[in-house]
Design a protein around this ligand. Structure first.
Ligand SMILES: C[S@@+](CC[C@H](N)C(=O)[O-])C[C@H]1O[C@@H](n2cnc3c(N)ncnc32)[C@H](O)[C@@H]1O
Length: 233
C-alpha cells in the first residue's frame, strides 16, 4: 500500500514514519542514507536517530513544517559536526546549486569535524563552514553579517541554555525560529536529575526574549534529549 505523503514545505516531506528531503546533490548520500527517485527528483532519508531536528519533526504535536527553515533563509547552526543534519537543512534552504540563495553558517570547534564539513560545503554551495568556539560571540560574529531567520544549537557542553539565549539575542531576527537541542547529560552532574536540568533550562529561556512554542521530548529517538522550539519576540 502506498504511504500518504505529507509536504513539510519545499524540499521536505513525511511518508508514514519517514522524513525525506529533496537531494540537492543527486546521486550522492552524505551519511550513507537511502535515496529514492520520484520523477525528476531524488529524495534522501533523514535519520531521526542521528538528527534531533528529524526526531523533533516526528515528535512535535504542532505543525512540523514550521520547525524547518524556508527556502532562501539565513541560518545559524551551532555544533554542526560533520554536517549530517546541516546537509538536510541545506536541501530545504538552498536546493540544487543554491538556486534559492539560502545560507547556513555552520560552526564547530573540532578541526576533525570541520575537515568533513569543508568537503561538504564544496559540493553544497550555501554552507559556510566556520571553525570556532560557539560560546565565544567574538569568534562567530565576523561570519554573521546580518540577523538570521533560523538557528539551531546542538552542543554537547554545560550551560547550553545560557549559550543559546546569549547567541539568539544577538543573531536571531524578531519572529525568527530558535531551536535548542538540550542534552541533559552534558550539564554539570551536580545540577540534579534530567527533569531538574530541563526545568533549569526552561527557566533561563522564560527569562529571555524568546517564547517557548513547544518543548519536544525526543525519547525513543534521541535519548536524554529535549528540543526547545522557540520564537524570538
Ligand atoms: C552532538 S554533536 C552535533 C551533531 C550534529 N548537530 C548533527 O545533527 O549531525 C555536537 C557537536 O558540537 C561540537 N562542539 C562541542 N563544543 C563546541 C563549542 N564550544 N563550539 C562549537 N562546537 C562545539 C562538537 O565538536 C560536536 O561536533
Amino acid at each position: 500500500m502506498k504511504r500518504r505523503i505529507i509536504s513539510l514545505g519545499w524540499g521536505a516531506r513525511k511518508e508514514g514514519r519517514n522524513i525525506w528531503t529533496r537531494n540537492a546533490v543527486k546521486g550522492v548520500s552524505v551519511r550513507k542514507e537511502r535515496r529514492k527517485r520520484d520523477g525528476r527528483n531524488e529524495w534522501r532519508l533523514w535519520d531521526p536517530t542521528k538528527s534531533k531536528i528529524a526526531a523533533s519533526l516526528l515528535r512535535t504535536k504542532l505543525d512540523p513544517a514550521r520547525i524547518i527553515p524556508q527556502p532562501g533563509n539565513d541560518c545559524l547552526y551551532l555544533g554542526s559536526s560533520t554536517g549530517g543534519t546541516v546537509s538536510h537543512i541545506h536541501d530545504c534552504v538552498c536546493g540544487s546549486r543554491n538556486h534559492h540563495r539560502g545560507k547556513i553558517i555552520a560552526i564547530d570547534i573540532s578541526s576533525r569535524m570541520m575537515r568533513e564539513l569543508v568537503k561538504l560545503s564544496e559540493i553544497r554551495p550555501g554552507i559556510v563552514p566556520v571553525l570556532a568556539d560557539a560560546r565565544d560571540i567574538a569568534q562567530i560574529s565576523p561570519f554573521v553579517n546580518k540577523k538570521v531567520d533560523w538557528m539551531h544549537q546542538d552542543l554537547s557542553i554545560s550551560d547550553q541554555a545560557k549559550t543559546f539565549v546569549k547567541t539568539a539575542e544577538i543573531f536571531l531576527k524578531n519572529e525568527g525560529i530558535g531551536l535548542l537541542s538540550l542534552k541533559a547529560a552534558s550539564e554539570r552532574a551536580v545540577d540534579g536529575s534530567l527533569e531538574i536540568q530541563y526545568e533549569k533550562a526552561e527557566d533561563i529561556l522564560k527569562k529571555s526574549n524568546l517564547d517557548i512554542i513547544e518543548k519536544i521530548d525526543l525519547k525513543g529517538l534521541e535519548e536524554q534529549h529535549v528540543l526547545f522550539y522557540c520564537k524570538m519576540k
